[in-house]
Design a protein around this ligand. Structure first.
Ligand code: HEC
Length: 138
């Protein structure tokens, strides 16, 4: 009976050791694998890569677009642009309604070129940036 128990104990210890070794090996493989992946078009690729692509194509929010495409004029007043935060300058414009402001920002108005000159801005990104400007200028 003692012998059987001992054999059982040895067996389960061996299993534990084996499992630990396998986990260790997996962790090691994980650590030394290359940090980048090459994706071949037409072949399945790493999911992380796919996710990155999706994020890169997502619309930028109003604050981001403002900083990238509007701030140059609307922070300084360059070209006579109404400065963000200047409620007096914005009030008569805000009275026109957000829809009109967005349409003018998209097509350009006075000294402001269409979309503020932002060639890669979508209409919705311009709308978001306009809302951001308006919300910070009341
Ligand atoms: C090159 C300078 C310049 C840039 C860049 C620029 N604007 Fe303007 N913006 C102006 C000027 C100047 C006006 C005032 C035009 C006028 O009323 O004659 C103006 C006016 C506006 C108005 C008020 C429109 C109205 O109907 O009264 C909005 C909204 C606006 N800009 C949004 C934006 C947004 C959003 C961006 C960034 C995507 C941007 N602008 C980038 C110069 C600029």
């Amino acid at each position: 009976m003692k012998r059987i128990l001992l054999a059982l104990a040895t067996l389960s210890l061996a299993t534990v050791v084996l499992a630990a070794t396998e986990a260790h090996t997996n962790a090691l493989i994980d650590r030394i694998k290359p940090s980048g992946n090459v994706c071949v078009s037409g072949e399945p690729c790493d999911t992380a890569q796919v996710t990155t692509t999706t994020v890169a194509q997502a619309a930028r929010d109003g604050a981001t677009v403002y900083q990238q495409a509007c701030l140059a004029c609307h922070m300084t007043g360059a070209a006579g642009a109404p400065v963000m935060g200047n409620a007096g300058a914005w009030a008569p414009r805000i009275d026109k309604g957000l829809e009109t402001l967005v349409a003018n920002a998209i097509s350009g108005i006075g000294a402001m070129p269409a979309k503020g000159g932002c060639g890669n801005c979508s209409d919705e990104e311009i709308a978001a940036a306009t809302e951001y400007l308006v919300n910070n200028s009341r």
